[in-house]
Design a binder for this molecule. Structure first.
Ligand code: MBD
Ligand code: FE
Length: 290
């Protein structure tokens, strides 16, 4: 690659290509992919509205050929670096999630993001996530119970959890943490209870050397996400909850580049008295259905 910054560009490309691969292969397990018949009217309505939004931006701001050409080059770079999942999940997924949430009961959720991975360690509660012997960061326990909307504890519930390390890196997408680090699928007990031992994650900046980060900084926007823990909470006969949990006092709360933080999703972990360990308790309510 001809660039003055080989190492960091290749990091963005590594993260991007892994996220692209994962989006292509894995998400169909999680959500029903496209397929079947395409409704012509729906395409005309939605694609038409999206295109008209861009045309309006051009008209109203008198966009020049130079800017149009820069836009083309930027789109090509998003493809070349595999950043489509990152860009789409940072700038658009929250609106899709809001639409989905209108018809959902149970605990409030938020976006999935680009860094979920299939096939992670299966653990029984109480569980310690896979981590390095010297894994840095504050030891943290996340515990709670999974119930149905009528209050029934859900036997067979699982909590799929993934988050960054204490430096903001995701395993599987950055070279530093080993594969599987701070990721796992925890099987709850017969009453849907879980207890997960991990490390408190750190705030995260989207890659600054790829086109998504460069566009973000070119606009003067913050590239940061508040520290967060991703979760997929599932149980037989219930709709899987996609969520994230954040932390009180995080400087980036309310200014999330991915617009995914919600006040209802903030944890306030308390010291357990065991060294510098902290603990948060959080229950999840799932809606019947699939
Ligand atoms: C993330 O870690 C993330 O969770 C989202 C939604 C977008 C970019 C990076
Ligand atoms: Fe994330």
């Amino acid at each position: 690659m001809t660039t003055t910054n080989d190492q960091s560009v290749s990091d963005a490309v590594t993260a991007g290509s892994h996220a692209t691969e994962s989006a292509r292969a894995g998400l169909s397990n999680l959500r029903e992919g496209a397929g079947g018949t395409v409704d012509q009217q729906r395409v005309a309505t939605v694609v038409g509205a999206a295109l008209e939004g861009i045309r309006a931006a051009i008209r109203e701001n008198k966009v020049t050929y130079e800017e149009f050409d820069a836009f083309k080059r930027w789109l090509i770079a998003v493809s070349d670096t595999g950043e489509w999942p990152l860009f789409l999940d940072v700038y658009l997924e929250f609106e899709v999630e809001k639409v989905a949430a209108e018809s959902q009961q149970g605990s409030i959720g938020t976006i999935l993001g680009p860094f979920w991975l299939d096939g992670q360690a299966q653990l029984d509660t109480p569980a310690t996530l896979p981590m390095r012997d010297d894994e840095p960061g504050t030891p943290m326990i996340l515990a709670g119970q999974v119930t149905s909307t009528d209050g029934t504890p859900l036997r067979g519930a699982t909590v799929d959890i993934w988050h960054t390390d204490d430096e903001g890196w995701y395993s599987g997408f950055a070279s530093k943490p080993p594969a599987g680090n701070l990721r796992g699928v925890v099987r709850c007990d017969d009453e849907g209870r879980f207890e997960i031992h991990t490390r408190k994650p750190a705030p995260y900046t989207i890659p600054l050397d790829g086109p998504t980060g460069q566009m973000t900084q070119a606009a003067g926007w913050s590239p940061w996400r508040p520290a967060h823990i991703h979760l997929l909470v599932a149980a037989p006969g219930h709709r899987t909850l996609t969520s994230q949990l954040f932390f009180t006092g995080d400087p980036y709360l309310g200014n999330d580049v991915a617009s995914a933080d919600k006040p209802e999703l903030t944890l306030d972990p308390q010291p357990t008295g065991n060294g510098d360990e902290v603990r948060s308790d959080r229950d999840f309510v799932l809606e019947p259905g699939d």
